[in-house]
Design a protein around this ligand. Structure first.
Ligand code: NDP
Ligand code: MG
Ligand code: MG
Length: 336
């Protein structure tokens, strides 16, 4: 069974006398740093000049260039975009690491795929909240916490687990639960989840349903409402009470269609494709493709993003949401 930790398993004093540098002040950087500060820990921000830096200053935090923050701190949490971490690490963090410092991540990509190879005399750990940064912050302010994963890659100080748990407590995660995993398991399951189900699987399923209805001559507005708008209602029910609660709420007709037609839509071909997608993650093929894509300034990423932005479902969707009062100010709320 996976190991679980709660409030009483974590002791903030494992971070007392240590300065924590949060590198990057975006979604996770802001959420984690503000929670650490409000938990009474000694946190500073390392960030380049720009929008995030202005935000950190407005939030009243101590702000430095990345190298200055890395130099001063004993705990360095890297919360930059995954694809920029290796370059910033090499130039602005690595030169300042000292024996028994603790290097932290919220996602295992760069360590697992060998893009960052830290010296052996530092701790290397992960504390990864299972939610976007604004939620990490909001839930903490409400007195609760977003669950998190921890993992230990290197334990040079002999205290890496205690430090990770203290950090998890500082961001509020032990108020919910902290699960112990490995860099490999976190990285591979995270990539698979977002590719096959959460992001890739979901958008492709929605598009396929929309295109099928429109090609058959149904109004795009009807198709949008049916396959995209209503999806949230169904997902909310599954989130609250699993398939059982969802099926208790839908009609018997819907449930019969769900049980008999769903497995035809997601059939053997999809299982085979999911296996391939997982294999590419496990072998590092996906990581290599994404790293090289960044080296050449993202031609595939940009072209595919643009094509989907121009898809009829996006055009119709923007129009319909524009007519629905509940979307008037919600649009700016970001998720992962
Ligand atoms: P964001 O894109 O929201 O923020 C990135 C931050 O890094 C910004 O403050 C940006 O500043 C700064 N930055 C970018 N490039 C540089 C640079 N060259 N030098 C200095 N600062 C730079 O990232 P996230 O918070 O989404 O992701 C951070 C980490 O957290 C990743 O490892 C991610 O996988 C992980 N994670 C993210 C989750 C999420 O829901 N977002 C959930 C769990 C983990 P600027 O404004 O100047 O661009
Ligand atoms: Mg991810
Ligand atoms: Mg219906």
């Amino acid at each position: 069974m996976i190991k679980k930790y709660y409030e009483s398993d974590a002791d903030l004093s494992n971070l007392s006398g240590k300065k924590i540098a949060v590198i990057g002040y975006g979604s996770q950087g802001r959420g984690q740093a503000l929670n650490l500060r409000d938990s009474g820990l000694d946190v500073i921000i390392g960030i380049r000049p720009g929008k995030s830096r202005v935000q950190a200053e407005e939030d009243g935090l101590e702000v430095y260039d990345v190298s200055e923050a890395a130099k001063t701190a004993q705990v360095v949490m890297i919360l930059l975009p995954d694809e920029t971490q290796a370059d910033v690490y090499d130039a602005e963090i690595k030169p300042y690491l000292e024996e028994n410092d603790c290097l932290m991540f919220s996602h295992g990509f760069n360590i697992h795929y060998g893009q960052i190879i830290p010296p052996e005399n530092v701790d290397v750990v992960m504390v990864a909240p299972k939610g976007p940064g604004h939620m990490v912050r909001r839930v903490y302010e409400e007195g609760m916490g977003v669950p998190a994963l921890i993992a230990i890659h290197q334990n040079a100080s002999g205290n890496a687990k205690e430090i990770s748990l203290a950090y998890a407590k500082g961001i509020g995660a032990t108020r919910a639960v902290v699960l112990e995993t490995t860099f490999r398991e976190e990285t591979e399951t995270d990539l698979f989840g977002e590719q096959a189900v959460l992001c890739g699987g979901a958008t492709s399923l929605i598009k396929a349903g929309f295109e099928t209805l429109v090609a058959a001559g149904y109004a795009p507005e009807m198709a949008y409402l049916e396959v995209l708008h209503e999806l949230k209602l169904i997902v909310d029910l599954i989130y609250e009470g699993g398939f059982t609660k969802m099926r208790d709420s839908i009609s018997n007709t819907a449930q019969f269609g769900d049980l008999t037609r769903g497995p035809r839509v997601i059939g053997p071909e999809t299982y085979a494709a999911m296996e391939d997608v997982l294999t590419e993650i496990q072998t590092g093929e996906f990581a290599k493709e994404w790293i090289l894509e960044n080296r050449v300034r993202r031609p595939v990423f940009n072209a595919l993003t643009k094509a989907d932005e121009e898809h009829l479902i996006e055009v119709v969707g923007a129009e319909i949401r524009g007519m629905m009062p509940q979307f008037q100010k919600k649009e700016e709320c970001d998720e992962e």
